[in-house]
Design a protein around this ligand. Structure first.
Ligand code: NAP
Length: 302
């Protein structure tokens, strides 16, 4: 397996026999997924290609119908289509069904199956660096789409307790109610989720007492990289794992603060790589070359 695919040779290999995959998004210009997947196909010697499709929200139904018509093997689905795509699919895996959001579509005998690999991708990235949520206190910051996916996957990792804090606390409350409804009965933490805002004593305690903190907000994302961290740095300390879903930049203002306060850190590229690797494996039935995908992603991010 070559870690540095020969791009020129690979481009020339596109032929009538090439299997096509890709990503539907709007806008799709800034997607980082094509080089990641194309590097993986090249590394495994697969005559496959992954291309970006700019699909306007008004054209989603037509684009989905076109997947099978065009012989596309599968697609990723990104902003703003993750929830809207659900109604056009024939089947959903349990996680996608619970979350009512899909990021991966797989085609089998003309039937479209939807999966959500975001949450499992995050948990895989955490396991990869030797951390598990099992028995631990986990505090999630944010209550948007990615937060919901990550929280659900973390619950399946059986944390000792789960808390959610968000700028708009009502959204954290709604999310906690949903998680309690959809989590399997044996996940005790799901029935007792603490919620709150981002400021005040409750938030401070939930962050200080957490073993694992996962920032699912867009605070610190490019181009607004020089903002204050989403929570005060002095709440972070040694012994904690602080994760940020944002991958551009890799070193966010929160991760920088966490490192300075002695905490371990995990950036968002691990989740991006692993959610892609899970999709890759569904389409190709081959083990994804995770390191090749990671290097391709890191090259793009500089
Ligand atoms: P989203 O659904 O729009 O949710 C955004 C969240 O950020 C909400 O909880 C929002 O709070 C909060 N927020 C936004 N601005 C804030 C501010 N100034 N102060 C405090 N909170 C603020 O977004 P998303 O799709 O979940 O994405 C969130 C982040 O995750 C983005 O950086 C995205 O790039 C990243 N992400 C990474 C991956 C990966 O593979 N690594 C995958 C998906 C997403 P309110 O509810 O109060 O508005």
């Amino acid at each position: 397996m070559s870690a540095q695919p020969d791009w020129h040779e690979w481009c020339e290999s596109i032929s009538g026999a090439t299997t096509v995959t890709g990503v539907f998004g709007w806008p799709v210009r800034h997607t980082l997924s094509p080089p990641m997947h194309n590097a993986a196909f090249a590394a495994l010697g697969l005559n496959w290609a992954y291309v970006p499709f700019g699909v306007h929200p008004d054209a989603l139904a037509t684009a989905i119908a076109g997947i099978d018509a065009l012989g596309i093997r599968g697609v990723n689905v990104t902003i703003p289509h993750k929830a809207a795509v659900v109604e056009y699919l024939d089947k959903l895996d349990p996680m996608a069904e619970m979350l009512e959001a899909v990021n991966t579509v797989d085609v089998c005998d003309g039937r479209l199956s939807g999966y959500n690999t975001d949450g499992p991708g995050f948990v895989a990235s955490m396991h990869e660096i030797g951390w598990s949520a099992e028995g631990r206190a986990v505090t999630i910051i944010g209550a948007g789409g990615s937060s919901r996916a990550v929280a659900y996957a973390l619950l399946l990792d059986k944390p000792g307790r789960l808390s959610i804090i968000n700028r708009t606390p009502e959204k954290a409350e709604t999310m906690a109610r949903l998680l309690a409804e959809i989590a399997p009965a044996d996940v005790e933490a799901a029935g007792d989720i603490t919620v709150g805002g981002l400021t005040g004593k409750v938030a401070e305690q939930l962050v200080r007492d957490a073993d694992i903190i996962v920032d699912c907000t867009s605070v610190g994302m490019y181009p607004d990289v020089d903002v204050a961290p989403v929570v005060p740095p002095e709440w972070l300390h040694e012994g904690q794992l602080v994760c940020d879903l944002t991958y551009n930049p890799r070193q966010t203002v929160l991760l920088d603060a966490a490192r300075r306060h002695g905490a371990a850190t995990l950036d968002g590229t691990g989740m991006l790589v692993h959610q892609g690797a899970i999709a890759f494996e569904k389409w190709t039935s081959q083990q994804a070359p995770v390191e090749v995908m990671r290097q391709a992603l890191w090259r793009q991010l500089g």
